[in-house]
Design a protein around this ligand. Structure first.
Ligand code: AMP
Length: 270
């Protein structure tokens, strides 16, 4: 495994590499990340994983400061997986040019997390564009857990580059909570409660097809769950998984949720 600490290392290592798979991450790797990496190792000749905590996509300074960092453990996981390259850029490697045109979201995309996290996806698209520009992979592996991120990045990146974005399914804990680096910031008891909330939503979604006034029922469930767990649920919405439009049909739909436990913001889709 080659560790690439800057853009020189990167350019040297990727010279002449074909059929490259890329897994962008912010580190603190867990089984969700590992499933993406294994998919890339299966599907491509060489795999590069990046670890970069992109300050620009954090709309909350405290969230950035608290974000878990585990470089040593991450490197040992990547080594064990036999990843070809790990790219650990510094800010100056990523933000090495100024953009002439600012990245802006379309009005219709300012929904779900985009509505509540001002500038977040603009930061994600910016860093993804910069990473793609330097790495030029054939495939990029991304998790369905961050569904809206995957949706926006796919639209932006596949238009601009020849690369293809490969969606990978969400890996969950045995209690059904989606794995997330931020889970390590939660107390054990809270993790159990968060898992219960997700189990509740999985069952709720199964029974939705029998329901008439879907919008009202989903909103009532949001109120019920926030009272039951005494938490802030930022949104709970049923949307079409192809275009993310709000829907009152269960066909091709997903329930999207953002909620806070112990002041930590978690998202999921079911
Ligand atoms: P992050 O390090 O949180 O930026 O995530 C890096 C990539 O891993 C993103 O494409 C995420 O969607 C994906 N990912 C995060 N958690 C999971 C999970 N539980 N299952 C599958 N993919 C995940």
């Amino acid at each position: 495994m080659k560790i690439l600490l800057n853009n020189n290392d990167l350019n040297e290592a990727l010279n002449n590499v074909k059929n490259l798979g890329f897994v962008p991450t912010m580190g603190s790797l867990h089984k969700g990340h590992i499933s993406l990496i294994k998919e890339s190792l299966r599907k491509t000749n060489k795999t590069i994983v990046s670890i970069f905590i992109n300050h620009k996509q954090f709309n909350n300074k405290n969230d950035f400061t608290k974000y878990p960092r585990n470089k040593k453990k991450d490197l040992s996981i990547l080594k064990r997986l036999n990843v070809d390259f790990v790219y650990l850029p510094k800010n100056k490697d990523i933000y090495d040019f100024k953009r002439t045109k600012k990245i802006k979201l379309k009005q219709k995309d300012k929904i779900l997390c985009a509505k509540y996290r001002n500038g977040h996806f603009e930061g994600v698209l910016d860093v993804m564009d910069r990473l793609m520009n330097k790495i030029l992979p054939k495939y990029v592996f991304m998790g369905l857990k961050d569904f809206q991120q995957l949706y926006l990045v796919k639209k932006y990146i596949e238009k601009k580059y020849k690369s293809k974005i490969i969606p990978c399914k969400t890996v969950r804990d045995s209690n059904k909570l989606a794995l997330s680096s931020r889970n390590s910031l939660l107390r054990k008891n809270t993790l159990l409660k968060a898992g219960k909330l997700i189990q509740n939503l999985i069952n709720f979604k199964k029974n939705l097809s029998k329901v008439k006034d879907l919008k009202k029922v989903v909103n009532n469930q949001k109120i019920k769950l926030s009272q039951l767990y005494n938490i802030n649920i930022e949104y709970l919405e049923l949307r079409n998984e192809r275009n993310l439009k709000a829907t009152s049909k269960t066909k091709n739909s997903k329930l999207f949720i953002a909620f806070y436990f112990d002041k930590i913001r978690l998202i999921d889709n079911i």
